[in-house]
Design a protein around this ligand. Structure first.
Ligand SMILES: C=C(O[C@@H]1C=C(C(=O)O)C=C[C@H]1O)C(=O)O
Length: 387
């Protein structure tokens, strides 16, 4: 553990040199704050994931035909610090004023509503059941990259917050509420996250039939996709759907966990069975992906891809509430995979921040409300671009 000043100086030096690195913090767990960690690669070599036996931090695009990058532990310095604030409970301010002029927004609105309508038509024609459609928005920002990252760490305790830099991908930052997959030994966890509404001081809210249906579709698809990895000797248990807060938004969420059948569970196959999930792509997966690649008029790149620790050596902290014998087990070293879906993210270009926002479309979707949802989602990122 180093102090946070030294931690951020090390990141800055890496940025100056243009070397690949990642800094990140996992979501707060039952009020227990996670430390902020970084993997700082020592040289300029580009490493790609080959067979998912690698150890390090992976950064994978939406389109899984393209390569996934990795900052390997083997060639990196690992550092860790404590850096957190109790700001998460506050509402994220709506920041419409300083951002793009109305003219631009009108055009963007029409374009996004047309795209959503196209998706609805495709669903009504019976060719798709659900499709997630998105757009990008470019805004100017005044803060340098570490300042934006610190803002994310301050504001979003319950998200997975990261800053990724690689000379081949550029700088990306995000605060995502969505787990793709966590695996430790033969235990796994994932979630079905879909349905969105604004947060107004309470998480005790009602959900409409459209949101409940949409979220159930995602849960069912995840359970079905995982079945072959858990059947026979493994098991899988979904929670009841519940409301989960993410910045200024609420989502409907089901946690799924279980044990894997060691004969069929292979990390590469498991990831490709899940990614891209119906929470960011659609159903059926292949046709939804095709529709997205053809009809969205920009390249998602790493937005709605996944990222996180891959087979990373982790020393479990002792838990003083447990009996001695169990403490022994909890102090052991294991390999952990902790992957998140790359949502609520920003790609930085000199002076410009490109934001990415989307939403799930089903037969009952309304284009104008879908536009509003993307505007609400964009506040998560806009709020960290200002002082
Ligand atoms: C696609 C995004 O979010 C996804 C879509 C959601 C929805 O349609 O309600 C909710 C959470 C995410 O699974 C995004 O944030 O860009």
């Amino acid at each position: 553990m180093i102090d946070s000043e030294e931690f951020f100086i090390k990141l800055e030096k890496h940025i100056e040199k243009g070397l690949p690195f990642v800094a990140y913090r996992k979501p707060k767990n039952a009020n227990f704050h996670q430390s902020t960690r970084a993997l700082l690669q020592r040289d300029f070599t580009t490493h790609k994931v080959e067979d998912y036996s690698e150890s390090g931090f992976v950064f994978s695009p939406f389109n899984d035909e393209n390569d996934a990058f990795i900052v390997p532990s083997e060639f990196s310095e690992e550092i860790e610090t404590e850096y957190f604030f109790e700001e998460d409970h506050k509402n994220v301010k709506k920041l419409d004023a300083p951002f793009p002029p109305n003219q631009l927004r009108k055009q963007a609105r029409v374009e996004h509503e047309n795209l959503v309508q196209k998706g609805i038509d495709e669903i009504k024609a019976g060719r798709l059941k659900k499709v997630v459609l998105s757009r990008t928005e470019s805004v100017q920002h005044q803060l340098e990259v570490i300042g934006i990252f610190k803002n994310m760490l301050k504001k979003y305790n319950s998200a997975f917050v990261y800053l990724w830099f690689h000379p081949e991908t550029g700088a990306w930052l995000g605060a995502t509420p969505e787990t793709l997959l966590q695996v430790e030994r033969n235990k796994f966890k994932t979630m079905a996250l879909a349905g969105t509404q604004s947060f107004h001081q309470t998480t005790h809210v009602e959900w409409g039939e459209k949101e409940k249906d949409e979220q159930q579709i995602v849960t069912d698809a995840i359970l079905e996709n995982l079945h072959k990895f858990t059947s026979d000797s493994g098991e899988i248990t979904p929670s009841k759907p519940y409301t989960s807060k993410a910045g200024n938004l609420l989502h409907l969420r089901t946690d799924v966990e279980g044990t894997l059948n060691p004969d069929t569970a292979d990390l590469k196959k498991l990831i490709s069975a899940l990614h891209p999930t119906p929470a960011v792509c659609g159903i059926p997966k292949a046709s939804a992906k095709k529709f997205i690649l053809k009809n969205e008029d920009y390249d998602r790149e790493f937005y709605t891809g996944y990222l996180g620790e891959l087979n990373l050596k982790t020393e479990k902290k002792r838990n003083s509430n447990r009996r001695n014998q169990e403490n022994q087990a909890y102090a052991s070293i294991s390999r952990q995979t902790s992957l998140y879906v790359n949502l609520r993210c920003i790609k930085l270009d000199a002076g410009i921040a490109n934001l990415f926002v989307g939403g799930g479309i089903t037969e009952g979707s309304n284009p104008s409300l879908e536009w509003e949802e993307t505007v609400n989602k964009s506040h998560t990122m806009k709020a960290v671009l200002v002082k």
